[in-house]
Design a protein around this ligand. Structure first.
Ligand code: ADP
Ligand code: ZN
Length: 774
């Protein structure tokens, strides 16, 4: 067999690399070991490398390796994702230079998960790996190299100690007595000397140093006083019983725990988790980041011996430490936001995903994964139950339960049979007519006064994130919609058009309402800041607090604000959706929704769903204590079926109506969607490129014609300007791909972009199962 010649150039460039390689004779083996490597900062795709004999048995999938890359053979760090043998004699492969990690950072199961993610979310495998592995783990944060010193007994035996200076003699004596290697600071502390004597002894060959990575600090949470389990009510018992059966079946099953707000879902999670712990397994509990409050954590810490919390405020070192504790199996319950779905528990027993409808489970950067989708895959792969909990399940989840793919378990009543709060509407068409409109109408104002008089607290919700230029008639509430896409048309003042941000349909902006002919069809904006000013001036002396992403920037601000509200220091809490979710304050006797329509007419096919969820969730913040509570909803559309369903707490009715609508217009859960967003510095080339991309995708999908109508099973909408048409100086266009077959869409995008020349200053991204349409 021909012996491969030693490549001169490589060895010249990489002194030392070939020290690791076996003698070349070894390649007389019939087979060689080959590692597949992917690069986070390099070309996409995977590359084969030879595993040199000295590394055979040491290179495993999930480890990082240093390998020569490209023409210049610069050394690059990549992830080994596969190791296999193959016959010698094919293409000559470059060898792996070094191992970066002694052990794999990921288990084979987690590695498969990342491979699936890369495939499903149309991104690079290495990008997924770097997402799954926290930076602190990759950089070994919190570990530092420390030298441990011990005596070189042989050298010492040949020496008369008396010849050493006193300090050096003392150091020898200390090490002798210590019977274990010591660090320099430890020696110095006992000997009360500088580093000098240690260095001197080392030079004389009397000390041997061993470099070891140690942890800088160990962090331990103060133990929480333990609490007993609550005795379950009959509904909870029934729910737990069903979940138990799934656990004991030893098979994967997804359970939708659909329970109204305050029905005691958390207690069911806790007792279900206790069940899997009995089998020596671990649990992962995923909650929205804003629910990671001290209150939530305390509830879990009071029930389990060892809980690890993964929140966004951890330092790299803390995260690394938590990761290792979790991987070692010392942690029973991992609680965290979406990325905790990657927690390396060695024996997964169950995954719980609370508030499963929450949009924050979807990551808004590449890889744009949804924690629910990933949890589903992981739970199925590891054969364990997944519990999805919500008072307002996403329609995707609800539909799966309706189809019998998920097990539906219900908690239809609040704890102690507390009634859900009565909800009534305030008709802004009437309240706002005539005089200068205020954010808080007369009936809401009166209710607030009453609530304060009786010692209650108030939550005011105004979910306005600055984007809402839909065209609505203030007289009759009519809203202009796209005939093809059923989403609200957006008013563009400069061109005086009403534009569909999905398909680019547009018409002249009307001057009169097409429905009631009222002149003055427009929309007035109102944000939380203006609302705060109004509340402060009309309720002077009443402590009030605004909560939105702007006012909650500082670290700990959110927890402090909630604490102020809990202790009663703040009487009126106003804010965006941030205050709508999960809070449990028994003194809240009034919830006011300042404008229910802000979410209803967002240019997004999920606008109705968001509105229903928001009103229902915020309504759930009151009536949680013995004082009871009520909800007032201000709206221009009191008769809108979605608003009506929300008022009656009627999720099932809402789901029925909205699913019918989704079906008619071909939206998820009846289709799968991929959104392609094109960004560029200048508008024309960006629009051109978006058009080219759309053409190519249409071609791949066999759609030569533009969409013919709403019922098309597979269609490509756009390109159209994205609702945020300009963001951070970049022009944005998007197109929406819909099909009942998600794989078909993925393939089309892959093929359409495989050899696509992307002009300079233009980027495109793919968002699979998009949540955010702005
Ligand atoms: P959900 O998550 O469904 O909104 P929670 O789990 O927050 O509801 O429960 C609401 C309140 O009811 C909490 O204060 C909780 O401690 C209490 N609770 C839950 N289960 C019981 C029970 N079986 N008996 C008494 N109180 C309970
Ligand atoms: Zn349209």
């Amino acid at each position: 067999m021909a012996r491969p010649s030693r490549p001169e150039k490589l060895s010249d460039q990489l002194p030392g690399l070939f020290d690791l390689l076996p003698p070349w004779e070894e390649d007389d083996r019939a087979e060689v070991l080959v590692a597949k490597v992917v690069f986070p900062d390099g070309p996409s795709g995977d590359f084969d490398y030879l595993v040199p004999a000295c590394l055979a048995g040491r290179v495993q999938p999930g480890q990082r390796v240093r390998v020569p890359l490209g023409k210049g053979n610069r050394l690059a760090v990549g992830y080994c994702v596969e190791v296999g043998s193959r016959p010698v004699g094919q293409r000559q492969l470059k060898p792996i230079g070094q191992l970066v990690d002694e052990r794999p950072l990921l288990s084979p199961a987690m590695l498969r998960l990342t491979q699936w993610m890369a495939d499903y979310y149309l991104c690079d495998w290495a990008t997924v790996l770097e997402t799954v592995l926290p930076a602190g783990v990759r950089h070994r944060a919190g570990l530092r190299l420390t030298t441990f010193w011990e005596l070189n007994q042989e050298a010492l035996a040949k020496l008369d100690l008396a010849t050493l200076p006193p300090k050096q003699r003392l150091v020898v004596q200390i090490l002798r007595e210590a019977k274990e290697p010591l660090t320099a600071p430890e020696i110095q502390r006992v000997a009360k000397c500088s580093a000098g004597p240690i260095t001197a002894l080392h030079r004389k060959g009397l000390l041997k140093g061993r470099r070891v990575r140690i942890r800088r600090q160990d962090i331990l949470e103060p133990p929480e006083p333990r609490q007993p389990n609550l005795p379950l009510n009959p509904d909870q018992q029934k729910a737990l019983e069903i979940i138990r059966q799934v656990i004991h079946s030893g098979q994967h099953k997804t359970i939708l725990l659909y329970g109204v707000t305050g029905s005691g879902k958390t207690e069911v999670y806790i007792q279900a988790i206790q069940e899997v712990l009995r089998f020596g397994r671990q649990a992962i509990v995923l909650v929205p980041e804003i629910s990671l409050t001290p209150q939530t954590l305390q509830r879990f810490r009071a029930r389990f011996d060892s809980v690890a919390v993964l929140h966004s405020h951890l330092t790299d070192a803390e995260r690394h430490w938590q990761w290792e504790r979790i991987a070692s199996g010392k942690v029973q319950v991992v609680i965290g936001a979406r990325s905790a779905v990657f927690a390396p528990v060695p024996h997964l027993g169950i995954i719980v995903l609370d508030e499963e409808h929450e949009a924050s489970f979807k990551q808004q950067q590449t890889p744009r994964y949804h924690a629910r989708e990933v949890a589903l895959w992981r739970a199925a792969a590891e054969g364990v139950p997944l519990i999805l909990g919500s008072a307002t399940p996403s329609l995707e989840t609800w539909y799966q339960a309706q189809q019998g793919h998920y097990l539906l378990v219900q908690l239809p009543r609040r704890i102690e049979d507390r009634p859900l709060p009565p909800v009534s509407t305030i008709d802004l068409r009437i309240e706002n007519s005539g005089k200068k409109p205020l954010a808080i109408s007369r009936p809401l104002y009166a209710a607030m006064r009453e609530s304060l008089r009786e010692g209650g607290q108030i939550i005011l919700l105004l979910n306005r994130r600055g984007f809402s230029t839909h065209i609505q008639c203030p007289a009759c509430g009519y809203v202009l919609k796209c005939p093809l896409c059923d989403i609200a048309l957006t008013h563009h003042r400069t061109q005086q058009i009403a534009l569909c941000h999905y398909c680019d349909y547009h018409e002249p902006a009307p001057t009169a309402c097409p429905h009631c002919q009222f002149l003055g069809i427009l929309y007035r904006g109102l944000g939380t800041q203006r609302l705060e000013v109004e509340v402060r001036s009309r309720f002077s002396g009443v402590p009030c607090l605004r909560m939105d992403t702007d006012s909650m920037q500082a670290r700990g601000a959110y927890d402090r604000a909630l604490e102020a509200f809990r202790t009663g220091k703040v009487r009126i809490l106003l804010g965006t959706q941030m205050i709508a979710k999960g809070l449990d304050f028994p003194e809240v006797t009034l919830v006011g929704v300042v404008n229910a329509d802000t979410a209803l007419h967002l240019p997004d096919f999920r606008a109705s769903e968001r509105t229903f969820q928001l009103v229902t969730q915020v309504a759930g913040r009151t009536g949680r204590g013995p004082k009871g509570g009520r909800v007032l909803v201000q709206t221009f559309n009191p008769d809108h079926p979605i608003i009506q369903a929300a008022i009656r707490h009627d999720y099932v009715r809402f789901a029925q109506m909205e699913l019918a609508n989704r079906k008619a217009f071909g939206y998820p859960p009846f289709t799968r969607m991929i959104r392609l967003v094109v960004r560029g510095l200048r508008p024309e080339p960006t629009a051109e490129f978006a058009k080219l991309l759309a053409e190519r995708v249409r071609e791949q999908l066999g759609l030569v014609q533009p969409p013919a109508g709403p019922q098309m099973p597979t269609r490509v909408l756009g390109p159209a300007p994205a609702p945020f048409a300009k963001l951070r100086g970049m022009y944005r266009y998007h197109l929406l791909l819909q099909s009942s077959d998600g794989d078909q869409l993925r393939q089309a995008v892959r093929r359409a972009t495989a050899d696509l020349q992307v002009p300079e200053n233009i980027q495109w991204i793919a968002d699979v199962d998009p949540i955010e349409m702005l």
